[in-house]
Design a protein around this ligand. Structure first.
Ligand code: URP
Ligand code: ZN
Ligand code: ZN
Length: 473
């Protein structure tokens, strides 16, 4: 048994000063003045906060893209997540070019299961909707998968037509599943990309210029309208614009069952970062926009109009030709340099899974913009509820998994690559002064991060089977 004594427990709904008793993998009591049974290990958490382990519902580990692969695998990425206070991650399974959805799931299990260091779930990408695929969507529930991602962009690769998205929404809705949407306008992007390349515009700032904000605004409203017409729930991933937040608000006000996620990159960075000489570091889809968009997304979080902060963690090296020292080995994985002569060949995505909690705490809670309880909701309880993991995950209460973060609100440092532990050669938050970090992280009662020490291991993470018991927020 383990007793975490005298900490301040921060859940989404309330903050209380209490002791936490852990027996095996579970929390068994949360109350002041627990008298520990003999032999109990005691940790004094006076002056510390106790947060539920972070739940990041949006990661891409070991994801093939263009001529490379995202540089964190299901071990290095999970470990980085844990150091950042996240104990549950959810990854997207690509639909195989040939073979069934179940084949894709089996392939992802083969990659993830032996490496997983935190608990994990899967979403299924639906990128080709033929009759056979539509028929087997409900069978994903047998595999513990209750969420589907569809795309309005990446034409000829991942994109579905609006009618197909409507069908997915109907099928998911009828079977108690949740559809997730990548909201951009693929047709406009295609035309603008062709025009830009024809005019000789090849630099990375054209990534943003060819994916206009209005395309995201249009796509968010279109997605919400499709969900309304299908009478099905929808979760819009990686929202990046003020206009998208407005459309989310508009739809929710009218009773549409739509929820939204944003990510740290959309709260901090703008198109100006893309225009820097090293702007390829910021290339992801959808792109960063303006300071006004950043501010509107913060406001949507503050007003509880957006439900989740995930990361869309999908890292690539900035210079994949130069090895870095990582865990005692030299590692180089082709990355952003692949698009040096053509912005359309820059792998899309960036590192963030370990950064999410410290940056959101510092700039959200630290400057009084959101409360500590909102922080717990946005980063843990809400994704746990929406993705069918609550109350096993997302809360410090009896019966929950003992995924516990002892959080030091006073620890401050100049953040960057040296701290983030992602398997890549840069960190977007380099040089930021951050205050508030995990001190100890427990996964189902086992201490996996103790200060700078890693006590976790590959294979410790469990696959989280999810069903139709989830909550619309
Ligand atoms: O640039 C990004 N976001 N890469 C990952 C794929 C996606 O659309 O989420
Ligand atoms: Zn996406
Ligand atoms: Zn993504």
């Amino acid at each position: 048994m383990l007793l975490i004594q005298s900490g301040t427990v921060v859940n989404a709904d309330k903050t209380i000063k209490a002791d936490i008793l852990v027996s095996g993998e579970h929390i068994t009591a949360v109350e002041p003045g627990i008298d520990p049974p003999e032999g109990t290990e005691i940790i004094n958490a006076e002056g510390k906060l106790i947060l539920p382990g972070g739940v990041d519902p949006h990661t891409h580990f070991d994801l093939p893209m263009f001529d490379t692969v995202s540089s964190d695998d299901h071990y290095s990425g999970h470990k980085a997540a844990a150091f950042g206070g996240t104990t549950t991650v959810m990854d997207f399974v690509p639909q195989p070019d040939e073979g069934s959805l179940a084949d894709g799931v089996a392939e992802w299990h083969a990659k993830a299961d032996p490496k997983a260091a935190v608990d994990f779930g899967f979403h299924m990408n639906i990128t080709r909707l033929d009759a056979a695929t539509q028929a087997v969507i409900p069978r994903l529930l047998d595999l513990g998968i209750s969420t589907l991602k569809v795309f309005m962009a990446y034409n000829r690769r991942l994109r579905l037509q609006d009618g197909e998205i409507f069908r997915v929404l109907q099928t998911a809705g009828a079977n108690g599943m949740l559809t997730m949407l990548h909201a951009e306008n693929g047709d406009v992007i295609d035309i603008l990309v062709a025009d830009a390349l024809a005019a000789g515009h090849t630099s990375q700032d054209w990534h943003g210029k060819t994916r206009p904000a209005w395309g995201a605004v249009d796509a968010v409203l279109r997605g919400a309208a499709l969900a309304a017409q299908a009478d099905a729930p929808l979760y819009i991933v990686h929202m990046n614009t003020a206009g998208g937040a407005d459309q989310l608000h508009y739809a929710r006000q009218r009773g549409v069952r739509v929820m939204g996620e944003t990510c740290p990159q959309y709260l901090f960075f703008t198109e100006e970062h893309l225009a820097r000489p090293d702007g390829a570091k910021w290339v992801c889809s959808p792109p960063m926009r303006t300071a006004a968009d950043n501010a509107a997304l913060w406001e949507a979080l503050k007003q509880n109009e957006m439900q989740v902060v995930g990361t869309d963690h999908c890292p690539f090296f900035f210079d994949g030709t130069t090895p870095i020292e990582f865990e005692g080995r030299q590692v180089a994985i082709p990355g952003k340099e692949l698009g040096a002569a053509d912005f359309t060949k820059i792998p899309n995505g960036l590192p963030a899974v370990g950064d999410r909690l410290p940056v959101l705490w510092t700039y959200g809670v630290g400057r009084g913009y959101i409360t500590a309880n909102q922080f717990a909701a946005l980063t843990s309880a809400n994704p746990a509820k929406i993705f069918g993991l609550y109350p096993r995950k997302g809360v410090i209460q009896p019966g929950a998994d003992a995924d516990i973060v002892i959080w030091d609100p006073e620890r401050s440092l100049t953040y960057g690559l040296a701290h983030s532990r992602h398997r890549t050669d840069y960190n977007l938050f380099e040089g930021m002064e951050l205050k508030g970090f995990p001190e100890k992280v427990f996964l189902r009662g086992r201490l996996i991060v103790d200060g700078e020490t890693w006590l976790g291991g590959a294979g410790m993470g469990q696959f989280l089977r999810r069903g139709t018991d989830w909550q619309e927020l």
